[in-house]
Design a protein around this ligand. Structure first.
Ligand SMILES: [Zn+2]
Length: 138
């Protein structure tokens, strides 16, 4: 029996397909990592880009991010394709966000609170890793 308190959130198949340069981001950039849904919208965590950092799960260049609400995980390392600019008008990030919305939102039942889609996990070394990158290391 499905749990009524845990609404269905489809898998994020958009982020793994995203093609973006490491240099697209710079220290100080505010970004969001979209992790699920809230209401009828995408939901994520707002963070600030700190400094370049090696992303071990993908063995590619990543970014160290600061999450003001992060608690023990205040600093995590993310792959650039996980990140979406929130401050400046950025066509690439906007395009990616729209693609996520188009793929995810039509398939959800609107919820009242945020629901984590389970798309990401954090390793013991505070590396944020997408479920797709866990399955198929690049
Ligand atoms: Zn951008």
């Amino acid at each position: 029996m499905p749990e009524p308190s845990r609404p269905y959130v489809p898998a994020d198949t958009v982020t793994p397909e995203r093609d973006i340069n490491h240099q697209h981001f710079r220290p100080g950039d505010p970004v969001i990592i979209v992790k699920g849904i809230a209401g009828g919208e995408l939901w994520g965590e707002a963070m600030t880009v700190v400094t370049p950092s090696w992303h071990t799960p993908t063995e590619e260049d990543g970014w160290r991010l600061r999450n003001p609400q992060g608690g023990t995980q205040t600093y995590i390392t993310a792959h650039p394709r996980y990140m979406i600019h929130t401050s400046r008008l950025c066509r690439d990030c906007l395009h990616h966000q729209r693609a996520l919305e188009d793929r995810i939102l039509p398939r959800i039942t609107p919820t009242s609170g945020p629901v984590d889609g389970g798309w990401y996990s954090v390793t013991l070394l505070n590396q944020l890793v997408h479920a797709d990158d866990l399955r198929s290391p690049r």
